[in-house]
Design a binder for this molecule. Structure first.
Ligand code: 5AD
Length: 360
């Protein structure tokens, strides 16, 4: 029995923070506290969001990308990708299909594609906002400058997803070419927050060269940034990258980290990611039972889905949105949760935890 890991978990519950060294210890000795962490995380999640799982309709509108992140299947240097772009009309049609079946939250995700320059994006966001003023619009289109983020916000976007990928400078360099920088990425995140976006960041679990210390730094960066959303999923190798023979991240560690993040920030929006569902058919259920409360089903036209292949064997590339809604709803019901088709806004206020009575 490892008392120290248990004590650290208790401290984390109370203070919502641990030192880097203690986080490393806790993660390395998670076996002892995994169940307790999941239970605590799930209770905290329920306190804020009840049994609701918020679905976000994901539209992967371009797989062109100017960047060459070494782990990513749609990196610029991959000549084997069949590149596609959806037209503005196709993007609107994907939203319309989603809206019809109940979605009130859309995520537009794409590579950093120069074709979708700021004027074009502004027009697309404005068109979605005009048609569905009550819906939340999330963008996930990478690094822009502050003025550009501001214009998209003014056009109607309310949320932005930009994973920091790793908070360790040296590790960042092992995963990205020299043209990219962790400092600028962090700057983007702070700019987005200041502008007023609900911001999501995150990292891959088990990415090549990742150590427990890197993960501890990721958690501390998240604590400091204080984002409204945190997206973490296992690294999954892609056959056309230099990391094709590297092992994937594990469900077990990903799920534990979901719990830690929920405990550190009880009201955070936390997706059970597609990557988690890819390495384990029950991965997303396991994620939810460990504290996740968001899912991002695909609304992209089935025709193009296979081409948005960030990693191998990505799931849900063949299923129409309406079908997947049905299966996912049933799967959530089976574990005591339900897909709550609303905007799924972040709950700002910290609910005071029940005071324990053992302190006089
Ligand atoms: N495995 C898992 N996740 C990946 N991403 C990119 N490539 C992979 C991969 N091989 C993630 C990155 C990015 C998000 C859109 O997808 O973290 O931010």
């Amino acid at each position: 029995m490892n008392m120290y890991a248990k004590e650290l978990l208790e401290q984390l519950k109370k203070e919502k923070l641990l030192s880097k060294e203690n986080l490393v210890y806790l993660i390395d000795h998670r076996e002892e506290v995994r169940e307790e962490a999941a239970k605590t995380a799930r209770t905290l999640g329920d306190r804020y969001y009840g049994k609701s799982i918020y679905p976000r309709g994901l539209v992967e509108f371009t797989n062109y990308c100017r960047n060459n992140c070494y782990y990513c299947g749609i990196r610029a240097g991959n000549r084997n990708v069949k590149r596609y772009r959806l037209s503005k009309e196709e993007i609107l049609q994907a939203c319309e299909n989603g809206y019809e079946i109940g979605y009130r939250s859309f995520v537009l995700q794409g590579g950093e594609d120069p074709y979708f320059h700021i004027d074009r994006m502004e027009e697309i966001v404005a068109a979605i906002h005009e048609r569905y003023p009550e819906c939340a619009i999330t963008l996930s289109i990478g690094e822009l400058n502050r003025e550009q983020y501001q214009r998209l916000f003014d056009a109607g976007a309310n949320r932005y997803l930009l994973r920091h990928e790793t908070a360790d400078e040296k590790h960042y360099r092992m995963l990205h070419p020299d043209s990219m920088s962790l400092a600028y990425r962090k700057q983007c995140l702070y700019d987005l927050k200041e502008i007023g976006y609900a911001v999501g960041t995150g990292f891959m679990v088990g990415s090549p060269f990742q150590t427990t210390e890197h993960i501890a730094k990721d958690l501390l960066f998240i604590k400091k940034l204080d984002p409204q959303m945190v997206g973490i999923g296992p690294f999954v190798p892609h056959h056309d990258t230099r990391f094709k023979d590297e092992p994937a991240g594990t469900v077990e560690l990903t799920v534990f980290l979901l719990s830690l993040i929920r405990i550190m920030k009880p009201n955070v929006l936390l997706p059970a990611t597609t990557a988690l569902g890819t390495i384990d058919p029950e991965g997303r259920e396991k994620g939810i039972l460990a504290g996740a409360n968001v899912m991002m089903p695909n609304l992209s036209p089935v025709m193009v889905r296979k081409n948005y292949e960030l990693y191998d064997n990505k799931i849900c590339t063949g299923e129409e949105a309406a079908e997947s809604k049905k299966t996912q709803s049933e799967r959530m019901k089976a574990i005591g949760y339900y897909l709550d088709f609303c905007r799924g806004d972040y709950k700002e206020d910290e609910i005071e935890p029940e005071r324990s009575t053992n302190g006089h």
